[in-house]
Design a protein around this ligand. Structure first.
Ligand SMILES: O=c1ccn([C@@H]2O[C@H](COP(=O)(O)OP(=O)(O)O[C@H]3O[C@H](CO)[C@@H](O)[C@H](O)[C@H]3O)[C@@H](O)[C@H]2O)c(=O)[nH]1
Length: 425
């Protein structure tokens, strides 16, 4: 009998990434261990520069120690035989090489986003960005005619925070470009049907997605926050295609004024809404005066929703989303049209896929002179999206296309199976 592989899967230490990490193996066979990310528990993990620097300084050494501890002295079949690491932590692949372990990189976002990262040498050569990754040309760019066009200011690493944060992000992206070359496999949580142009530009990126909990062999590995499932019963009380689901992921931070406008905008729509408002000790989420009383049972507010169950619920009409890639894949897989509210990094490209390429959603332009998107505009966009049946029709077509890819005979299905076969020693 062949030996069982012992795989070490290392997600990026953030919510969106951990949600994919237990998909490939049976949960009974998973041990969850943690490696320090270099920050103390009370330090601010929303300080991106600090987080990414701490991670790349502290985690490689800790990972090496951890692997040594397991591999020295274990029985042969206990030894780690393969490392799967998030592409964003390319150093983990370097550690695997150093220790003679086979390795795969997992890209949790759009292949188009990775294609942009892989195009850094050309972007530098064409004088579109400088050596800090800062855009020096003010223009739209498009890697190929069927890929989404994005503005240079919205290149993933160039819209994370202040200049120093963006520079730190750019350095890491560039370093990852080098590290990923040592990966034996580069798998991506997307489908060929969703991004044919990106996958044909970089054929080493293999789509295995969308990875969803409904396709999982076991149960979810869990999230950082506790899910409030009472909202499913609340959804049951509403007619099909009636509820606006609002969730902006694990990083988005709203400014006070924008939060208030969003609340008033939802109130103005006169439609039922389910709104995820994460409890955040650092930011004040004051609702407008009298808001909770006025909306009453029409507005359900939860700290963290079972999002995939929510999106598959028939009463959900549209998804007001920050366009994180997992949310994007979950909305697409459930045939739900989007209202796009991107916040940073790859979310602008994801919005461009949703609005311009797949045409299953609408975005907002930049808001008023202070950048605030007003309540009236929020209401108008909801009406525009839900008033035009073609958004829903295209969303349902896209759902079917993606579902085919993860079914037997589909492209993602066979890539995933080949990958699993490869991991077996
Ligand atoms: O109430 C909620 C809200 C969200 N989720 C889940 O949380 C995940 C959120 O993931 P995602 O939509 O990707 O957002 P982020 O957590 O913000 O993701 C980070 O990682 C993504 C993948 O790399 C990037 O695309 C994003 O820009 C980045 O912010 C999804 O699986 C959701 O189902 C819940 O379960 N309940």
């Amino acid at each position: 009998m062949g030996m069982k592989p012992h795989i070490l899967a290392i997600p990026y230490p953030a919510q969106g990434r951990t949600s994919n990490s237990s998909v490939i193996v049976d949960d009974d066979n998973i041990d969850l261990v943690s490696i320090p990310d270099g920050l103390e528990p009370w330090e601010d993990r929303n300080d991106f520069k600090k987080l990414i620097e701490a991670i790349s300084q502290v985690m490689p050494g800790k990972l090496e120690e951890f692997i040594k501890k397991i591999n020295n002295g274990s029985d042969e079949d206990e030894k780690i035989s393969c490392v799967i690491a998030d592409e964003n932590i390319g150093w983990a692949l370097d550690v695997a090489v150093k220790m003679g372990i086979t390795r795969a990189a997992f890209w949790p976002a759009a292949a188009g986003q990775l294609a942009l990262a892989f195009s850094i040498p050309e972007l530098l050569e064409d004088g579109i960005i400088n050596s800090n990754g800062t855009p020096i040309k003010n223009q739209m760019i498009q890697l190929s005619p069927t890929m989404p066009a994005i503005h240079t200011s919205k290149l993933g690493w160039a819209c994370i925070g202040d200049l120093a944060t963006n520079k730190a992000a750019f350095e890491i992206v560039s370093r990852n470009n080098a590290s990923v070359k040592v990966a034996n496999w580069l798998i991506c949580n997307s489908a060929l049907e969703l991004e044919p142009a990106a996958f044909s530009l970089f054929r080493n990126i293999l789509p295995i997605g969308p990875l969803l909990s409904t396709n999982r062999h076991g149960k979810s590995a869990g999230s950082f926050w506790e899910e409030d499932s009472t909202c499913l019963e609340w959804l049951d009380q509403h007619p099909p295609d009636s509820v606006i689901y609002v969730a902006v992921g694990s990083f988005t931070v709203f400014d006070y004024k924008q939060f208030q406008e969003l609340a008033l905008g939802l109130e103005l729509t006169n439609r039922p809404f389910l709104w995820v408002v994460r409890p955040d000790p650092d930011h004040d989420h004051a609702f407008p005066d009298g808001f909770r009383d006025r909306v009453g049972n029409r507005g359900q507010i939860v700290g963290w929703a079972p999002q995939q169950q929510v999106l598959s619920h028939p009463s959900v009409a549209c998804f007001f989303s920050h366009c994180g890639w997992n949310s994007t894949m979950e909305g697409v897989s459930n045939g739900v049209p989007f209202l796009c509210w991107p916040y940073f990094a790859d979310q602008f490209l994801n919005q461009a896929y949703i609005c311009d390429v797949w045409k299953v959603g609408l975005g907002f332009s930049n808001g008023d002179e202070s950048g605030i998107i007003k309540q009236g505009l929020i209401k108008d966009k909801v009406e525009q999206l839900l008033g035009d049946i073609t958004f829903k029709e295209r969303a349902l077509d896209l759902k079917e296309l993606t579902a085919k890819s993860v079914r037997e005979g589909g492209c993602s299905y066979s890539n995933l199976n080949n990958f699993v076969e490869w991991m077996k020693p």
